[in-house]
Design a protein around this ligand. Structure first.
Ligand code: SAM
Length: 268
């Protein structure tokens, strides 16, 4: 399939992707979406004469790239929570350094690298908000953001939990990174909290991470629109996941979630 797509002229491919997205926009579930992506080459030729994607809303382009990225990932059969292990070395360090809850030092987190040129913040109409997209090919393991910002006791829809009662309101573009149940980025927690590409990311593809790997109980739960086959539908924090969903996230959890999980298990 990838080889076939490679032979399709770029303009035809773009129009085909738009057509596929029209179907995607009415598709309610991942199987319909998968069908849409499987018929992409056919739709490419049907929509050969359609107008340039530049005339379309940027939102469609973002979704096209994201869908294509997800499809490529599926093709690689990365079904077992694919992003785990992309940058696993630091997790070993995390095990050693975060056995006890350790509040993240604001000073050590302060870097100027969050406004990197690899990504842009753009509107995303379907959630009436913004999102972060890649401006270029981003290789798996690439450093994207360092978490820094004001620390507060109460969580909000924007904060990232760094201790039981400490939440950082991220500065920079990181604040606009949305959730996905099959994310293409993940946090590493040592020495600072940094977001890395968990797989190769295409230009125009939306960057996402799994909020349940950092949030125990979220301030504002929401209905997930990621359409992943692994979608948990209602995103409300790690605490609310079922046993299988919790097990799938083993290895990518923040030290805070690990600690709270340990405490919960001990008290049961
Ligand atoms: C940290 S903000 C992310 C930026 C946000 N999209 C914005 O424009 O302000 C988190 C909020 O974005 C929305 N969001 C993030 N991921 C989502 C998803 N997968 N499905 C639906 N809404 C999502 C939810 O409203 C959530 O409370």
């Amino acid at each position: 399939m990838a080889a076939t797509l490679a032979k399709v002229p770029a303009c035809v491919l773009k129009s085909g992707i738009l057509a596929s997205l029209r179907f995607n926009s009415v598709a309610k579930c991942s199987s319909q979406r998968a069908y849409s992506m499987a018929t992409l080459p056919f739709l490419c030729s049907v929509f050969r004469e359609k107008s340039s994607i530049r005339q379309r809303p940027l939102d469609l382009l973002v979704r096209a790239r994201t869908a294509l990225g997800n499809w490529k990932m599926d093709m690689r059969q990365q079904s077992n929570y694919a992003y785990r292990g992309a940058v696993s070395t630091k997790n070993a360090l995390d095990e050693q350094k975060h056995d006890s809850e350790e509040e993240t030092s604001q000073e050590t987190l302060r870097h100027d690298i969050n406004d990197n040129d690899m990504v842009s913040v753009v509107p995303r109409a379907d959630i009436k908000g913004k999102c972060v997209i890649a401006n270029t090919n981003i290789k798996a393991g690439t450093h994207l953001f360092t978490l820094y910002g004001d620390k507060q006791r109460q969580p909000t829809l924007y904060t990232i939990q760094v201790a039981s009662h400490a939440h950082i309101h991220p500065e920079g573009k990181l604040i606009f990174v949305n959730h996905s149940c099959s994310p293409n980025t993940q946090f590493q927690f040592s020495p600072s909290w940094d977001l890395y590409a968990a797989r190769d990311i295409l230009p125009g593809e939306e960057l996402t991470f799994d909020y349940t790997t950092t949030e125990w109980q979220m301030a504002q739960p929401f209905q997930c629109s990621c359409c992943s086959t692994k979608c948990i539908h209602k995103v409300q924090g790690f605490y609310f996941l079922n046993a299988d969903q919790k097990a799938e996230r083993d290895g990518v959890l923040s030290p805070v979630i690990k600690k709270q999980l340990k405490e919960q298990t001990a008290s049961e």
